[in-house]
Design a protein around this ligand. Sequence first.
Ligand SMILES: NC(=O)c1ccc[n+]([C@@H]2O[C@H](COP(=O)([O-])OP(=O)(O)OC[C@H]3O[C@@H](n4cnc5c(N)ncnc54)[C@H](O)[C@@H]3O)[C@@H](O)[C@H]2O)c1
Length: 424
Amino acid sequence: MPDTGLLRDAALPNPLPAGTVAVIGLGYVGRPIALAAAAAGFAVSGFDLDPAAAAAAEAAWRGLGAPGRLSATADPARLPAAQTWLICVPTPLDAAGRPDLSLVEAALATCVARLVRGALVCLVSTCQPGATNGTCRRAIEAAGFAVGRDVFLCVSPERENPGATDGPRDVPRLLGATDEASLARGRAFWERVAGRVIPVASPEIAECAKLLENTYRLVNVALMDELHRGFAALGVPTRAVVEAAATKPFGFAPFWPGAGAGGHCIPVDPEFLQMELARVGAASSLLAAAAEANRARPAAVVEGVARALGGSLAGRRVLVMGVTYKPGVADLRGAAPLALLRLLAARGAEALWHDPLVAEGPGPLAPFVRAADPARCPGGPPDAVVLGTPQPGFDLAALPRLAAVAVDPFGLVPGGAAAGVRVV
Ligand SMILES: NC(=O)c1ccc[n+]([C@@H]2O[C@H](COP(=O)([O-])OP(=O)(O)OC[C@H]3O[C@@H](n4cnc5c(N)ncnc54)[C@H](O)[C@@H]3O)[C@@H](O)[C@H]2O)c1
């Protein structure tokens, strides 16, 4: 840790008085944090380039009916200076599959233009190791502030699992900072807003830990996808194998096969780690293989559908059941079932979809035919049905009755291969 000369500040019980918080980016991550900060007594200003996101944050706050203050805007001119700045913008991959930090840089520019001495900047977006100490530090120092003396800097990567947890208090927050004074300020803020805070010795540890979590998931999901086909060839049901292995009280965490890990985190975050590993000449071949296997998974599933239909998909009608990136959410970002639909259509099939959580409308599903009721598909029963995402409420036992061929990448349909279901 650099000697900032401010280590004495770490001894202050709570160097951050109740104050103002600005949250930049009010999406899946920023909005609940903004609400939690307001509920904790901070006066919160939200900023999002998208007026709908700003309006949604204000509406969510009104809906809580809690005392406190939260306002949000899409107009940067209306964003006041704040004591604590949280950067919660997306960190996607670019068209070439490389990490794209341009939105973080833009958010930093918004923040830095309003920084005052004593402010704390916290990076929440998932970034590569070095983003806090590099990209963020440089932006702050370029504005003439010394990090750790004038302005304080930390990183607390988001670890929520939207749809599965209730908000920022559910998952302990990792916190890394550039210096002791920043760590103390970050800790005081997050302990009020998020409950359990786990300080780590450097920003890079927090950044790498977040990336490791999702790299671990990607590698294990890819392994299960591959073993699923192998277990099926051996005539052994995958789910039963994993459930049996998971009875071991140590050394094993269960992962499940599927149509491909999608969403904005599992396929994306490991690329941030890989980018930095490659930079230092230590790229992970295992990670690269898992990422490639995951990218190829939807094509392997579609190939399984084609084989089950005799080799060609041309003119065949295939229903994809469940189209979101994971069960229980309406989120289509990076959803593997979308890739299934596109690949089916590219091979000449008529691609249909059913999902109780997704309303018909413009967007990535527009080119495909919606089946509001999978038992009454437009144009009659499909030739094949494939489980895209096992949405809650799906009658999986009934899946094989929807079409002559049922394809299950998840190993979830009761009876499995023994009941004539195609395992891919
Ligand atoms: N969603 C999750 O489940 C999840 C979980 C853990 C970590 N993360 C990480 O958290 C970060 C945010 O993800 P998210 O899911 O909330 O994204 P999101 O797309 O839901 O929301 C981000 C918001 O930021 C806004 N935005 C983009 N650039 C901006 C700018 N320069 N200024 C102001 N607003 C801007 C967008 O309009 C959008 O509303 C990402 O790094 C992501 O990887 C997400």
